[in-house]
Ligand binder design. Sequence first.
Ligand SMILES: O=c1ccn([C@H]2C[C@H](O)[C@@H](COP(=O)(O)OP(=O)(O)OP(=O)(O)O)O2)c(=O)[nH]1
Length: 186
Amino acid sequence: MTTRAPLDVLIRRVDPEVPLPQYARPGDAGADLRTTESCELAPGERVVLPTGVSIALPEGYAAFVHPRSGLAARCGVALVNAPGTVDAGYRGEIKVIVVNLDPREAVRFERFDRIAQLVVQQVEKVRFQEVAELPASARAEGGFGSTGGHAAVGAGLVESAGPDSGPGRRTGGNRYASVVSDREGQ
Ligand SMILES: O=c1ccn([C@H]2C[C@H](O)[C@@H](COP(=O)(O)OP(=O)(O)OP(=O)(O)O)O2)c(=O)[nH]1
């Protein structure tokens, strides 16, 4: 078996005291990211936490901010945008958008607690070639539970009726409001 040499990635400490991201064990895909700020999250609360580092990835790579399963299983901590995407051109501090999904318990992070893991991967840049018809495939248009087990998922997408509802409109909860803000660049 051949082992590839690790990729060199330039890193800058925004917080001079933060330990650099590290792979906990040989063979790990993700290097742990730490928060440089302590915080307490009530059930359902979310926060954007700084990690104290910024990186410069080579072109053709991206880094993905993934949750830590231990925190998820023990405390119900998730990442709102999992996996967060760090673009090759991004030079700002890497941030982690953490949410406490536990219905009852608050969760507390201390400075330098490990809150997420960073997975660096090669990514393709594609050229979209428009066609009138796509080539046939075994799956065709089947999705959203078409292989069984989640038959209701498709029907559940349209949740509520209201002034903005109608054929093809997805409404309900705050999903609609969020999409509007995103479209308007807010
Ligand atoms: O969990 C994350 C996700 C993103 N980023 C940084 C790196 C990334 O390159 C930049 C923009 O992220 P993204 O493209 O996901 O955000 P957007 O909402 O689409 O913003 P933009 O319009 O700046 O692309 O924010 C993080 O620090 N942490």
